[in-house]
Each structure stands twice: as structure tokens, then as C-alpha cells.
Write a protein that binds this ligand. Sequence first.
Ligand SMILES: Cc1cc2nc3c(=O)[nH]c(=O)nc-3n(C[C@H](O)[C@H](O)[C@H](O)COP(=O)(O)O)c2cc1C
Length: 176
Amino acid sequence: MKALVIYTSQTGFTKKYAEWIAKRLQADLLDVRDAKKKKKDEFDQYDAIIYGGWVMAGKVTQSKWFLTKAPAWKGKKLAVYVVGASPMEAPDVEASMKKVLTDEQRGYIRAFYCQGGLDYDKMNKPSKMAMKMLISILNKKKDPTEKDKAMVEMISHSYDISDEKYIEPIVEYVIG
Ligand SMILES: Cc1cc2nc3c(=O)[nH]c(=O)nc-3n(C[C@H](O)[C@H](O)[C@H](O)COP(=O)(O)O)c2cc1C
């Protein structure tokens, strides 16, 4: 079984998961920028293709590229893993995971969530500004809920809630 992991990552969490998955599956690893340069037939050699992107405002970065290619890869095991700053059990995870794939795509692609974190040192300026705005919106709420307060507290600084254990369902699906 030959697998390929393609990822896009700004601050490193999605890349770290890509490396964990690639190591376990002895898979090839490609940044999506390099994957885009590959010729169509260069993907023929793979039995499985896994795409990893991070969540930005509920959407998976660059998943469009993978999802456009995916119909031509229907004979392969296909998976998308999504990395976000929210803990696995947060309600917004369920909401964004529902939107990753259409019903039709769910017929031949599986989607998984992996906890990432926030790394303000590696974030670019627009991302930092977006996070600042979100914090300011939450702070300005007249009657903030306990959840709002906890969220502000959590996202006001860098944190890492990633764990290699989150790759287990992905590995199981690909080799199973
Ligand atoms: C502008 C922006 C929007 C984000 N939106 C979400 C979100 O909707 N849900 C979430 O769980 N995480 C969100 N995040 C957090 C990232 O998904 C998280 O930091 C992820 O681990 C980044 O992955 P990377 O290190 O591979 O770039 C957002 C981050 C930024 C900068």
C-alpha cells in the first residue's frame, strides 16, 4: 500500500500531523504548493491520498484543490483531516466537520478532525489581526456567556493541544 499525504500549514500543526501520518504509513509527504506542480499521472502510483488543511473561520484551507481532484481518484482510499484550535468536543467542530464534504463526497472520502492549537509567534499578520478582532468582538459582548469568557481566555495566548493519538482513526481507515 503506497500512500501520499498532502498538507497545507501556516504555523506547523497540520504539518506535524502530516509527518506523523506519513511516518506511520511510510507515505510520501508533499506541501500542497508542490502537489499542485505535479502532473496528473504522478498520482497514479498511490493507493491512498490523504489531504490535511487547517480550519479558518469554519472552512478547510485549500481543500478545494483536493476536492476538485478527488473524483478522478475514486479508486483510491481518500481522506481529509482537518486541524483546528478548538478542542475535539467543541460544538463548532461538529458544525465545521459537517461542511467539509458534501453527501456525494462522503461516498468516497472520509473526513477526520485533529486538535491543533494556536501559535502567535508563527502566525502571519492578517491571521493575527483576525484573531485580535475575534477577541475584541467577544470582549465587547454585553452579556458574555461563560463559554465566551473561556474562549477569550483560551485564544488570547498560544497553546498546543495536538496529540499523535488523533492520527489513529486516520491510519486505521487507510490501512483497514
Ligand atoms: C484567521 C483564523 C481563523 C481561524 N478559525 C478557526 C476556526 O474556525 N475553528 C478552529 O478550530 N480554529 C480556527 N483557527 C485556528 C487554526 O485552525 C489553528 O491555529 C490551526 O492549528 C492552524 O494550523 P497550522 O499550524 O497548520 O497553520 C483559526 C486561525 C486563524 C488564524
